[in-house]
Structure formats: C-alpha cells, structure tokens
Write a protein that binds this ligand. Structure first.
Ligand SMILES: Nc1ncnc2c1ncn2[C@@H]1O[C@H](COP(=O)(O)OP(=O)(O)OP(=O)(O)O)[C@@H](O)[C@H]1O
Ligand code: SF4
Ligand SMILES: [Mg+2]
Length: 325
C-alpha cells in the first residue's frame, strides 16, 4: 500500500550549506513515527520542508510524496490546502504558533471556515467540541480567551485543537512537550495518542527523549547530520540496533525504556553542516569505524524485515545485539 507520506531524498539548502541532505522515510496510515536525533540534526527543517514552511532563501530537493503526489511541485495555492487541512503541525513553543492578539476560539473557527466551510454558530459549536476534546475545561467560556490567559499546558492543548480543527490525516508534532514539566508532558502525549485513535490520524513525533519514543511510537527514524541513519520498528531498534549511532544513543541511557532525559553521552559533537566529514558522517565519533567508512557515504539499505540502516557494519552490529556490543 502507498504510504501516507513518503520522503525521497529530501534535501534543504540554505545559504550554501545543506543541513538536510537525502532524508528518505515513510509514514504509514495510523502510524506514529518517532523522529529522533541530537540538536541540529535537521528534524525541524525536515518537518518544515514537508509543508514548505521554510525561510524564502531555502531550496528544497528530492520528493515529498503525499498519498503519492509530490508536494514540492505543487503551486502555493495547492500547498495551502494541504497545510492545516490534510497535514497539520504543532510546534515546540505554542506562543510562536498561536496568534497572541486573537482569541483562541477565533483561531479555531478561522481554520474551520477555511478548510471545512463551517461558519457562524456551526463553527462555534465545533470549536467548543474541539476544546472539549483536547481537555480544556469550561470550553464554551474559554472560546473568547486569549493565548496569554492559558497556562503552558493549556496553550499546548489549544494549539493541538487548532491543528486538529480541519481533521488532518497527519499531524507533525515537533517536540510538542519539551517546554512542559514531566507530568504535563505525559498528559499531552496521552492526549495525542487518544486523538490519533479517535480521529484515525498518523503522527510524526519529533523528540529528543528515547523514553517517549519507547512509550508512544510504532516506528523510529534516527537522524544524524541531516541524514537518516536507521529506521525500523521501535522495539526492534531498541533491542537490535543496526547502526553504530543508534547503538551510541541507546548506550548513553542507563535504561532506554524508562529514562527521561535528552540525548547525550556520545563523545564529541555532531559536525557543522558547512564542514561535513567525508564518508559516513558519524565516522569521527564512531567506536566501530573502519577505513572503508571514511571513503563513501553508506546508503540507507534494508538490513532486516522492516529495518533499514546506513551503517557499513550493520551485519556485525545485528549479530552482536544491543547488550553484547
Ligand atoms: N533558517 C535557517 N537558516 C540557516 N540555517 C538553519 C536555519 N534553520 C536551521 N538551520 C540549521 O540547520 C540545522 C538543522 O536545524 P534544525 O532546526 O532542523 O535541527 P533540529 O534537529 O530540529 O534541532 P533541535 O533538536 O535543536 O530542535 C542546524 O545546523 C541549524 O543551525
Ligand atoms: S558506517 Fe562506519 S563510521 Fe558510520 S556508523 Fe557505521 S561503523 Fe560507524
Ligand atoms: Mg528542532
């Protein structure tokens, strides 16, 4: 079956450098895909490239196939219909995405009008339902409230309500909970999973937190220096990683399934996109590197059922398993 969203060799160039180069991944129907990687690995730019929410100077290469249609060649009017209507995005910091001078209710009814043609009392009724659905108490009264009148968690819920107004098939959630405390994070993640089931959506969840990935994602794509290093079912990646970078991430956590912390612990830092090493981009930090790793960039290839890796030593790593390596 055609994936809902399929990125094929997606690249983003800004001012002579390419912070994203050759991202290929699929998102299936009803699936939650986790997108993980250290800071600066290109997670946000990849999500923004899908919806063409990039700075004007940015150039996009490759394909963004949405139900088989390439969004990169769609005219601006076409992408506007997809954006918000079929694919919605929530951002890490809701204050940057919410309009501070418009009541939250109005921001929802605007989207309902634009994408579904709902207006007046019908739009207001639906807006109350949506606020209710995301767990905002006393929804009818809160319709007239401004974003600054909401707490952080409530603001994030309001942003999710706006994102879901038009009934999108895919939600791109870019670190939707990082700015919140852990209890509220859990509530928002549970809410996203419940809404995903209720609304029959797919979700791409961008996160630093492998604990969150273990608890919420069906599959994972691991990004490093603008490229996909490994993809596969979550449990598989956690138990049988086939890329030395994934293994490094897992080893940097005492217990990946439970840890609540940001990715760290691999010695060294990711490369500057303006000065990428030759061959495998992880080679300068990799404990498994051999001479061949520095010659050519290893392509992302299938290494096991539903698992792809861009590591020359995938077979050795798979044979060793996570614990033995
Ligand atoms: N508007 C921009 N102009 C130039 N470079 C940019 C721009 N936005 C991002 N970059 C660069 O692209 C790279 C990837 O950025 P991106 O924001 O996608 O990373 P990320 O994986 O989302 O990181 P984080 O986890 O910190 O959010 C970084 O090196 C960043 O400095
Ligand atoms: S290809 Fe080589 S350098 Fe890159 S992650 Fe695999 S072993 Fe390490
Ligand atoms: Mg980001």
């Amino acid at each position: 079956m055609t994936p809902l969203l399929s990125l094929r060799g997606l690249g983003v160039r800004i001012g002579g450098v390419a912070p994203v180069s050759g991202v290929s991944l699929d998102v299936g129907r009803g699936e939650v895909l986790g997108l993980v990687g250290e800071s600066g690995s290109g997670k946000s730019l990849t999500m923004r490239a899908v919806l063409r929410l990039l700075p004007p100077a940015a150039q996009v290469t490759g394909q963004v196939l949405w139900e088989g249609q390439d969004l990169t060649t769609l005219p601006e009017g076409g992408i506007r219909k997809v954006r918000g209507g079929q694919i919605a995005m929530v951002f890490q910091e809701p204050m940057t995405a919410l309009n501070p001078v418009l009541p939250v209710g109005l921001q929802i009814t605007e989207s309902l009008g634009e994408h579904l043609g709902l207006r007046g009392a019908a739009a207001r009724r639906r807006a109350v339902e949506l606020l209710d659905q995301v767990g905002i108490p006393d929804a009818a009264r809160r319709l007239g409230a401004y974003p600054h009148e909401f707490s952080g968690g409530m603001r994030q819920r309001a942003m999710i309500a706006i994102a879901l107004a038009a009934g999108p098939k895919l939600l791109l959630a870019d670190e939707p909970t990082t700015a919140l405390d852990v209890t509220i994070q859990d509530q928002i993640l549970k809410l996203l999973l419940r809404l995903k089931d209720e609304l029959d959506m797919s979700v791409v969840l961008v996160t630093h937190d492998l604990g969150v990935v273990a608890g919420t994602c069906d599959r994972v794509a691991v990004l490093y220096a603008g490229r996909v290093m490994e993809t596969g079912p979550t449990e598989r990646l956690f138990t049988r990683p086939s890329h030395a970078y994934t293994l490094g991430l897992l080893h940097s956590l005492p217990d990946a399934a439970q840890a609540r912390q940001r990715l760290r612990g691999i010695p060294g830092v990711p490369p500057d996109p303006a000065a990428l090493p030759s061959g495998c981009r992880f080679a300068p930090r990799c404990a498994y590197a051999v001479a061949a790793c520095r010659l050519e960039q290893p392509p992302l290839v299938p290494v096991a059922e539903a698992q792809e890796s861009a590591c020359l030593r995938a077979a050795d790593l798979l044979a060793a398993g996570r614990e033995a390596a």
